[in-house]
Design a protein around this ligand. Sequence first.
Ligand SMILES: [Zn+2]
Length: 344
Amino acid sequence: MTDLQRFIAGLPKAELHVHHVGSASPRIVTELSARHPKSKVPTDPEAIAEFFTFRDFAHFVEIYLSVVDLIRTADDVRLLTFEVARDMARQNIRYAELTVTPFSSTRRGIPDIAFVEAIEDARKAAETELGVVLRWIFDIPGEAGLPAAEETARIALEVPCEGLVGFGLGGPEIGVDRPQFKPYFDRAIAAGLHSVPHAGETTGPQTVWDALTALRAERIGHGTSAPQDPRLLAHLAEHRIPLEVCPTSNLATRAVPDLDRHPLREMVEAGVLVTINSDDPPMFGTDLCREYGIAARLLGLDEAGVAELAKNAVRASFLDPAGKAELTAEIDRYTAAWSPATAG
Ligand SMILES: [Zn+2]
């Protein structure tokens, strides 16, 4: 491990773009598959490791769907959520806004109230036992269309959930126009939720404009194509609308042809508030520390520069001002005390 990698590993971090089911590591999947031995997911660690070796995007979808299929009870939801927080704690992630798709679980028969109670229970346990603060973004799986939007908005607005801060839109972008979801975002925003749709990952800058105008996005999930439109980049910079950049995910989905051609530098040079995230980390063979390492290489950053990236995530988060000040101070203390010689 290089000094910079050690610095990143110990750095207190916040993550804003990471999916609940997509964070299920081989360890967690082993636990879930042991509960449901009839599933097609292997149960022994070696077979699981093989199953999880990232091959291509189609393979990612296959893993993702088989993990979705392992989450059959509210207790499975609780286990997944708490164990995801444990994996975050190991990377010194202190705060995460986890994108959760309640529709996937309610349509498989988990009652909405039981689902929300399970994630809330795990959230409280993660905070007290692991020191990881979790907040939720409930997202519409775009491929499931307006019925999924209706169900997601209903759960977000009707089922009490203290940890819920945002309303999102995921799934494929091609053929799934952003503006059709405007009424659901309007309702969520009126109820006090923040608007955080995915946009401009696999489609052009117009999708980002749509997310801004129709869905009143406060942050953009990915926005990879934004640099194709200088006026859009200027708009994002001027209005301080952060981008949630996930480099390895962008490579896996072929949103970028190779990492060296990732437009991260153009985003930063245009003055956009950029945050670094891991999206579906174990399924893309990555984690947040590795994504910070990639960003440091692409941007030519040293320890102080990486600490700034971590602070960007705090700035772009929906933490309250006191929470932001506390986590920022923690990053500053860690950076000031950093010395490669003494790092463990
Ligand atoms: Zn995502």
